[in-house]
Design a protein around this ligand. Structure first.
Ligand SMILES: N=c1c2ncn([C@@H]3O[C@H](COP(=O)(O)OP(=O)(O)OP(=O)(O)O)[C@@H](O)[C@H]3O)c2ncn1[C@@H]1O[C@H](COP(=O)(O)O)[C@@H](O)[C@H]1O
Length: 107
């Protein structure tokens, strides 16, 4: 799995912060402020649930991409990026490894 797309998208989102609102979808969303971004995250999360219930796997992937994308816009708004989330997941993986080793050593 490659994180290149996340890196490129992160750079694009950062660049959109300086762009004029009418120039692009992301620039317009940034200009509307955090509540507009949060609204999109909420809508896309609902669409993911409906897609999962609908049983069409390609639709589920499509809606999940929309949700991940809007979460990345939200992270960018807060000066964060996908890297911060990946680091948190890596940290948890490390923790779960430690917990697993601890439980094995007790056996
Ligand atoms: N990955 C995405 C991406 N995923 C989803 N979307 C947009 O998110 C919106 C999804 O919302 P909806 O499904 O509700 O559709 P909508 O009715 O058009 O949305 P609203 O106008 O109601 O907000 C659509 O307008 C999609 O085009 C995205 N827009 C942009 N990107 C990436 O962001 C980059 C920068 O985008 P621009 O700012 O448009 O250049 C692009 O190069 C892409 O890589």
């Amino acid at each position: 799995m490659s994180n290149d797309i996340l890196q490129r998208l992160t750079e694009t989102l950062e660049a959109r912060k300086q762009a004029s609102p009418e120039s692009s979808y992301v620039a317009k969303l940034f200009s509307k402020g955090e509540d507009a971004i949060l609204k999109k995250v909420g809508e896309e999360a609902t669409e993911v649930i409906l897609a999962a219930k609908g049983g069409d796997s390609s639709h589920l992937v499509y809606e999940t991409a929309d949700l991940w994308f809007h979460c990345m816009v939200l992270l960018a708004k807060h000066g964060l990026s996908a890297d911060d989330v990946l680091n948190e997941l890596a940290r948890r993986e490390g923790l779960s490894g430690i917990a697993e080793k601890e439980s094995r050593s007790k056996d």
